[in-house]
Design a binder for this molecule. Structure first.
Ligand code: UDP
Length: 328
């Protein structure tokens, strides 16, 4: 039986990866320090013989007994509000954390896939973003802690590949949504749905002309698995190229949730990218992959998940308190 270590296992993407690898007959070892992850995302796996969980911070030395075939490094805060709250941990997990994962992979002769991000392109001047674009990142802006950690992580991973001959894969993940996103993590989809469910107005930052391209989680997981099993060591974009402005997106959520609330406009956070759309030609050619879930279907599934949350969970309102975390 193949054994896979998934860091960030209790997070949004990590927990879906655990499900997928369990379903595919792997022995899954999940690891998470639970700063932003939640055990409720993986509690259904605890009873399984082939699932283990380590409560551990991957920024510290990682010990896993036994053989390992694959390591997927998905531990990291991943939303702007989380980087503002825990900037140092964000930098550490992308730098010390990836170093530990790569060292562990060498020791176990395992293949590593690391989760990178469209944030390596910063506020992009090339559109759509191709993998050979180097990006436009402000290292000392609020997103710098995430963007630079992920850029360092890619550099470190390539160095282990070229210097040590380690088998490595790098996925650049674009905006992804689906069940198990945290309602209060500040990202736009849970923010809008949470507001609609609580009967609040939907907050658009800026004038809403900025664009994003949203990928349903099942499509993303499929793409990641195909990349892991491919032989391609360079970065590959995985995301859905169906681009939409945040203004139109808010209107879609209003329709989806049937809310009678209106849209209100708030200040645009610093360095908020104006446009984002993945060029997925590489994924199409190399992996035979493309997204198959359209936004309507994906949003309906995601909304059904949020509708099942408790009143207590719905009432956590941290998501709009950006100001609170910015030191003047
Ligand atoms: N956004 C918004 N209202 C919110 C939360 C986010 O208009 O309540 C905007 C945000 O400024 C950004 C876009 O939605 O332009 C996507 O934000 P998110 O934090 O989800 O992801 P990222 O900016 O990292 O792509």
């Amino acid at each position: 039986m193949k054994r896979v270590l998934i860091t960030g296992a209790a997070g949004f993407l990590g927990s879906h990866l655990c499900d997928r690898f369990i379903r595919d007959g792997f022995h899954v070892i999940g690891m998470d320090n639970l700063i932003t992850g939640r055990l409720s995302n993986i509690e259904h796996l605890f009873k399984l013989e082939h699932f283990e969980f380590y409560h551990h911070d991957v920024s510290k030395f990682i010990h896993v007994p036994g053989k390992l075939d694959y390591i997927l490094h998905f531990a990291s805060p991943a939303s702007p509000i989380d980087y503002l709250k825990i900037p140092i941990q964000t930098l550490k997990v992308g730098s010390l954390g990836v170093h530990n994962c790569l060292g562990l992979a060498r020791a176990k002769n395992a293949r590593v896939l690391i989760a990178s991000t469209s944030e390596v392109y910063g506020d992009p001047t090339v559109h759509p973003q191709t993998e050979d674009y180097w990006g436009n990142v402000n290292p000392v802006g609020p997103r710098g802690v995430y963007d630079e950690a992920k850029r360092f992580q890619e550099a470190m991973t390539m160095a282990y590949h070229t210097y040590h001959g380690l088998e490595t894969r790098i996925v650049r993940i674009f905006n992804t949504y689906g069940p198990r996103m945290r309602l209060n993590d500040g990202r736009v989809l849970p923010a809008f749905i949470g507001q609609a469910l609580r009967g609040e107005d939907l907050t658009i930052f800026g004038d809403g002309s900025q664009t994003r391209s949203f990928c349903y989680v099942d499509d993303l997981i499929e793409g990641i698995q195909r990349l892991l099993f491919s032989d391609y060591p360079h970065p590959v974009n995985i995301g859905n190229p169906d681009e939409i402005s945040i203004r139109e997106f808010a209107e879609e959520i209003i329709k989806l949730t049937n809310t009678t609330q209106k849209i209100v406009f708030k200040e645009l956070p610093k360095d908020d990218p104006k446009q984002r759309q993945p060029d997925i030609q590489k994924a199409r050619e190399l992996l035979g992959w493309q997204p198959v879930v359209n936004r309507r279907e994906g949003l309906e599934k995601t909304y059904a998940y949020f509708c099942g949350l408790s009143q207590e969970e719905l009432n956590q309102k941290e998501h709009n308190d950006f100001e609170k975390y910015i030191r003047k």
